[in-house]
Design a protein around this ligand. Structure first.
Ligand SMILES: O=c1ccn([C@@H]2O[C@H](COP(=O)(O)O)[C@@H](O)[C@H]2O)c(=O)[nH]1
Ligand SMILES: [Zn+2]
Ligand SMILES: [Zn+2]
Length: 598
């Protein structure tokens, strides 16, 4: 039997404000289409979301307004439903395509691995044909070796009910860590291209910019400036992603942006009232013409059935559609086929990414550093050699909950195919300072220095540009934390709001009324970029040299840090250390150490 999340419980709600044009947004779902099986408030699955969208479309039709769905990428990597098969995504793509998404684009995760990028081009783009947009992304045709657009650059369409003329684009941030079968053109370059400049001169009622781009990043600034340079007051709706937060931006009174969190926890809701459109009824048109600017409103919907029922005014019997139910069944079947509930062991307690202090006994990263790395970082040929093992905290993607640790859990916390690499016999006097450099910034890790520093060899710069220390780990945390109240858990649960369920308490440029469900806040703590475990160190004194072992993803920073320390190591000095991926090593550790039944 499938373990299922407890039923979502009643909570104080805010309703959804409707406009002429309304949107539902998903972003950074990272394979969580089965919903959260251990967290009731995020327990709706992709089938439930399909029912929700279908019921909301019915509502929109009844009201004579429009509803569009958007998805802004990072659909893959992060959950057994995608990562648990070989090749990856065996069931995932068929499930994903069942939702009718009107505008969809690519995230960086679709591009890290060449095989994933190929599947995106061969499967997802045709699945969403005409609706998949790739304004700054090319795919290298494997037969000709030549770049072709990943998908069409933009889309112009008129909405069904209101006749609103929409010009839509789909962007990816200026990502440089992609596999070599794709080419990402920096947004700042794309906006200079003739096709883009011609497109933004079109007479439309709304520019719709979706992207795997943070709302306040330089890419959307450039796009905003470019459009406003041509059209000073045409409404613009941005949808963003990538930093995994709920967020809202007001660029001007006619240009707003929404970002709908991560991992199927959040469905974004956006409504615009007062947009031009050819099918308005006479009276409304008169009323709307007197309104100086459209009004934009947003909500962050907690992804659960309680909320879906509340927002549709339906119930257990009337809410689900046949289509939605079938997709939920597809998900359950896929999970069974993939054996995602197969249990490797039992986690003795919760381990938190940022809900516990680091270092502490409840920190996931303390567990990685103190318990896991010293055991799994092993190479028979280098047995007994003093070793420093480093991993970026971003390599672990989610908390571990007390209880069954399943095949699914391994991919939820560690989805990447990363392996450990080594630079042998590095002088300890240099190696011992690497962690501090990675965590504390300093000259080599300041963003501006990545582009100009004499320290960085040119061939590495292109790799490093995207992966600044911000994206290495802290950007998601900083952005998230800045929106959340910092009240210790104890005072929240015992004093301030005893009846509320802990959850998102978002503060954004729209204020603090964005969440559809009123929660009590959760406390978050800062975590470092990287953690490190010393292994086989002498009982007394420092070793002369150490093997510097690290997760492959952070190779560029390791080399940079070594250069900063005055060491002349390059790519040629890096060798393979483990044959297994970190995910496989973690699964092995769980079997060996937590193998008891729950
Ligand atoms: O192989 C990998 C790939 C990524 N990471 C980490 O993920 C973030 C990017 O994740 P988003 O979902 O796009 O925000 C990257 O900065 C790394 O921290 C990794 O560790 N290994
Ligand atoms: Zn993401
Ligand atoms: Zn991303």
């Amino acid at each position: 039997e499938q373990p299922s999340a407890p039923n979502p419980v009643a909570a104080p709600m805010r309703s959804l404000p409707w406009g002429d044009l309304n949107f539902l947004q998903t972003t950074d779902t990272h394979g969580w289409q089965a919903g959260h099986l251990q967290e009731a408030q995020y327990s709706a699955d992709w089938g439930d979301y399909i029912s929700f969208a279908e019921r909301m479309r019915e509502k929109a039709d009844t009201m004579g307004v429009d509803l569009l769905l958007v998805d802004t990428g990072d659909r893959i990597e992060g959950n057994g439903l995608y990562d648990g098969s070989t090749p990856k995504g065996e069931y995932f793509y068929d499930i994903m395509k069942e939702q009718h998404i009107d505008v969809i684009c690519t995230g960086n995760h679709e591009l890290y691995q060449a095989d994933a990028a190929a599947r995106e081009y061969d499967i997802t783009v045709p699945n969403f044909s005409g609706r998949y947009l790739a304004s700054n992304l090319d795919y290298i045709n494997p037969e000709t070796g030549k770049p072709v657009p990943m998908a069409q650059r933009y889309r112009k369409f008129t909405t069904k009910n209101r006749g609103i003329r929409v010009l839509a684009f789909g962007f990816l941030f200026d990502f440089t860590g992609n596999a070599n079968n794709t080419v990402v053109q920096p947004v700042e370059q794309t906006i200079k291209e003739d096709w883009f400049q011609e497109a933004i001169r079109e007479d439309v009622d709304l520019f719709l910019i979706i992207g795997h781009v943070t709302l306040r990043g330089p890419e959307y600034k450039a796009l905003y400036d470019a459009i406003r340079g041509q059209k000073w007051d045409t409404p613009i709706q941005f949808f963003g992603g990538h930093s995994h937060i709920r967020n809202y931006a007001k660029y001007d009174s006619n240009a707003h942006g929404l970002q709908a969190g991560r991992y199927m926890e959040t469905i974004g809701w956006m409504s615009i009232k007062g947009l031009g459109g050819s099918k308005k009824v006479e009276e409304e048109s008169r009323e709307l013409k007197t309104r100086s600017t459209p009004t934009f409103k947003r909500r962050y919907i907690d992804n659960n059935l309680f909320g879906y029922h509340y927002h549709t005014g339906l119930n257990d019997t009337t809410f689900p559609t046949e289509h939605g139910k079938n997709v939920s069944a597809m998900i359950n079947d896929a999970r069974k086929e993939l054996k995602l509930d197969h249990t490797f062991g039992c986690a003795p307690k919760d381990l938190w990414m940022s809900r516990a202090k680091y270092p502490s006994s409840d920190s996931l990263f303390s567990w990685l550093e103190k318990e896991v790395l010293p055991v799994v970082v092993v190479n028979e040929e280098r047995k007994g050699v003093p070793t420093l093992a480093l991993a970026n905290t971003g390599t672990l993607r989610f908390d571990v909950f007390k209880g069954a640790f399943t095949k699914d859990t391994t991919f939820i916390i560690s989805p990447f195919v990363s392996k450990f690499l080594v630079i042998k016999d590095v002088p300890y006097k240099s190696a011992k300072g690497i962690l501090d450099l990675l965590n504390n910034g300093g000259p080599v890790f300041e963003t501006s220095d990545f582009h100009t520093s004499q320290l960085a060899p040119p061939e590495q710069l292109s790799v490093l540009e995207d992966i600044t220390p911000a994206t290495l780990a802290q950007d998601h945390f900083d952005a998230f934390k800045s929106q959340q109240e910092q009240i210790p858990l104890i005072s929240r649960s015992e004093k301030d709001s005893p009846d509320l369920i802990p959850g998102y308490t978002t503060k954004d440029e729209g204020g603090s009324d964005g969440d559809d469900t009123i929660h009590s806040p959760i406390t978050f703590y800062r975590v470092p970029n990287c953690v490190q475990a010393p292994i086989s160190f002498p009982a007394e004194g420092d070793p002369e040299n150490v093997d510097l072992v690290f997760v492959d993803f952070i190779q560029p920073w390791i080399l940079m840090a070594l250069q900063f320390k005055g060491e002349k190591y390059g790519k040629q000095d890096v060798q393979s250390y483990t044959n297994s991926t970190l995910t496989e090593l973690l699964a092995g550790w769980i079997k060996d150490n937590w193998s008891h039944d729950c």
